[in-house]
Structure formats: C-alpha cells, structure tokens
Design a protein around this ligand. Structure first.
Ligand code: COA
Length: 388
C-alpha cells in the first residue's frame, strides 16, 4: 500500500533520543531516512541504556526503518559525499549543539545553495538563537525549565523535591513536534516550491506542552490577582487515583456520573466512599479490577511496566507490537506506528541498522561511486561499510 511520505528522502544527522525519534516517525510513514554517523558511531550507540550486543538498547528502539551510512564529515571526501546527498534530499535533520553542523561546513546557506528547496530542521536544546542557544541539553533539562519537573513532584508529594519525568518525555515530545513541523514544511514546499529552515527545540516545545500550568497561573496574575492555592485531592469521598490490587495497581481518573451510579448499584450502597471501592477491588488482579471499573464506565487502566503492555490482549488486537529483524540481534518486538491511516498506513519494516550498513549501497547506487572507490575510502577510514 502507498506510504504517505514515500517520495521523501531525509538526510539524518541526529543522535541520542530527540532527533532519532523524530526521523523514525517520518521513516515509519514511508520516508527514506539515511542516517549519517561518524566512523566511530554516534554517541547514541553507546547510551543511555544497557548495552545489548555492544549497542545501547535505546538505539535499537529509536532507529527503526532507517538506512545507515558512516562518513567522516571532517574529511574532504566525507564532505563531498554529504554535498551530493543534500542535492538529492528533501529534508536535512540534525540535533547537535547549534553551530556544530555549520562548523562542519553545512550551514543552511550552504545547504540552500546545493538544493534551494531543502527543508532544514535544526533541532536543539534551547533554539538557534537567544542567550542559552549554545548550551548542550538533554530531556530532563527542558523538563526542568518548562515546569514539568516541579509540577511532577508536586503532584506526587505536594512539597517534595523536584522530580524529572520518566521515559525522556523531554525528548520524545519535542521529537514528535519536530516530525509534525517537518511534515508541515513539506506541505508548504509541495504547495509553493519553497524550502525553509525550521528551528525546533526541546525547551520551547516543553513550554508549549505545559500550557495548562502556565496559562492557569497567568489568567490570575495577568489581571493583577493572586492565583488560588493548588487544590490537593485528600477528600475521602472522591473516587479516583491509584488503587492497590492483588498483583499491583490500577489507575482510575475522572469519575463520571454514570459510572458512579453503576458502582453504587454494584456495591448496593446509597453513598460511596473511596475506601468502599478500595475494599471491593483489593483482592482482584489488575486485569480483573480494570475490567470491573471499565465495565462500570470509569476511565481506568492496569498499571503496567512498559514490557507488560506487550502481552495485553487489547494492544495485541490493535496490532501495536510488531517484529523487526536486525543483523546482530535477529528478531525483536517494537511498537507499531500508533496512528492508523485507513489509506496510507505507517509501517515498521526494519530494525535499527548496523553502523555503515548502507554506505556501499548509497554511494554506489545514488552517487555513482564504484565498489573500488568505496573500498579505497574505507581503507583510508573516511567511510565505514558494514559487511555480513
Ligand atoms: C546531545 C549533546 C549534548 C551531545 O553533545 P556533543 O556530542 O558533545 O556535541 P555536538 O552534538 O555539538 O557535537 C557532535 C560532535 O560529533 C562530531 N560529528 C558528528 N557527526 C560527525 C561525522 N559524521 N563525522 C565527524 N564528526 C562528526 C561533531 O563535529 C562534533 O564534534 P566537535 O565538536 O569535536 O566538532 C548535544 O548534541 C546537544 O546538546 N544537542 C542538542 C540537544 C539534544 O538534542 N540533546 C539530546 C537529547 S536526546
């Protein structure tokens, strides 16, 4: 079936989590993503996360569907390979500290000269301009600056110390936003023929994501008023929160009137308390309690460790887990593309590439190098080719 981005080629200089997750989303929509790594591999091959077959587990998760070439961008030979690839690409994406790709010789001005329609997505921690622009960053940095770290702790312990979000949301969220921005820029280019540079960073995006907290405050202060004290949910009659059951926990949020009526009926009571519900479900398993609450109409879920979701019957039914193949690992399971297009579905087709797995293929088929020329570059350490 047709893929929505199948005619789009992306030259991908990204590393670690933020950039790679963005280009992976585009690759799952069918874009041809050519990842460019230095001969020693990007830092994302070594962390974060445990090593599996000498490569970070996170690298296997964040680089699906990509081709991989390994080129030394500090060599003239490497630079001329990249110049030719920019001419043949629709999008360039990188998430270095601002100035790094420019120092390597590939500013937007240079890219534009090579390919006037190029879309250049410069991802970073703090943006391409402003006083903090040149600072390095990771997910937790943007989470801290945007208020998430503060409110995460407050929501757990009231006045406890700040606490970062799990799961690198400060990478994955901005990455998804970056993929959205790139597809919007492609839409503009397709309509007008005009490429552009897009500056997407973790901090601005996480600020945008925390809109309810900041606006909730500004509504009061911008009109000269003092915001009310934050309400804490210690009302014993309020149904909701985390419930301990026989094999873990169940989460319930936002008790609906209809659901409360059904629960009263099921428990045979006129008035409900949270303790009544706790007592009723505590001997159930997570799945039993979830079914009970879900059938009543409560928004609820079993609290899983991430890998437990791989066996959930609903998620299996939704096709949310697919197997990919990778030369060093063999087959492994990964999440499927989450949005279901009825005509142009996204698809996960291949595991994370080996370092330089497609160097020879790309140089010979796209750039007209001979196998001997590639071998000579390989011998000089200017490129790395993975061979079975
Ligand atoms: C993630 C981060 C902290 C890593 O820092 P870093 O690797 O020390 O610094 P940079 O990303 O600026 O530089 C990458 C280095 O690899 C080099 N490099 C990258 N690709 C190369 C290639 N193909 N060939 C040769 N060198 C290459 C660069 O030249 C640079 O080295 P140099 O400074 O000696 O020239 C930093 O990139 C960053 O803050 N990025 C923006 C925010 C972000 O995305 N964070 C990651 C969230 S998961």
């Amino acid at each position: 079936m047709a893929k929505i981005l199948e005619d789009i080629r992306i030259l991908d200089f990204t590393h670690v989590w933020f950039g790679p997750y963005c280009t992976m989303m585009l690759a799952e929509l069918g874009a041809e993503v050519i990842k460019v790594e230095p001969p020693w591999g990007t830092i994302g091959r070594l962390g974060p996360g445990a090593l599996f077959k000498q490569v970070s587990t996170t690298f296997y998760a964040l680089n699906l569907n990509k081709k991989d070439i390994s080129v030394d961008l500090k060599s003239e030979e490497g630079k001329s390979i990249i110049k030719e690839l920019i001419k043949q690409s629709d999008v360039v994406v990188q998430n270095f500290v601002p100035g790094t790709l420019e120092r390597l010789g590939f500013s937007y001005e240079v890219q534009k000269e090579l390919n006037p329609k190029i879309i250049y997505a410069a991802l970073s921690g703090f943006g391409q301009s402003g006083p903090y622009s040149k600072y390095a960053s990771y997910a937790v940095i943007a989470e801290a600056m945007s208020g998430h770290t503060f409110s995460n702790a407050r929501s757990i312990r009231g006045d406890g110390p700040p606490s970062s979000l799990a799961g690198a949301i400060g990478d994955i969220g901005p990455a998804t936003f970056a993929a959205f921005a790139i597809t919007a820029a492609i839409r503009h280019r397709d309509r007008t023929g005009e490429g552009q540079m897009v500056d997407i960073n973790q901090t601005d995006t996480m600020i945008a994501f925390n809109t309810c907290s900041s606006v909730g405050h500004a509504l009061w202060t911008d009109s000269g008023q003092t915001p009310p004290e934050r309400r804490r949910s210690d009302d014993p009659t309020r149904i909701g929160g985390m419930y301990k059951v026989s094999d873990g926990w169940v989460q319930l949020m936002g008790a609906r009137a209809k659901a409360l009526e059904s629960l009263k009926e099921a428990l045979g009571v006129e008035e409900l308390t949270n303790d009544m519900l706790k007592g009723h479900i505590e001997k159930m398993t997570r799945r039993e309690a979830f079914k009970f609450l879900g059938d009543m109409g409560f928004p609820s879920a079993p609290v899983y460790e991430a890998h437990e979701a791989m066996d959930d019957p609903h998620l299996l039914d939704r096709g949310m887990w697919v197997k990919v193949s990778q030369p060093a690992v063999g087959e492994y399971r990964v999440p499927n593309f989450p949005a279901k297009f009825y005509k142009t579905p996204g698809e996960v087709v291949s595991g994370a590439p080996m370092l330089g797995q497609h160097t020879e293929e790309v140089l010979t088929t796209m750039l007209g190098y001979t196998t001997e020329q590639v071998k000579a570059l390989e011998k000089e350490g200017k490129v790395v080719c993975w061979r079975e």
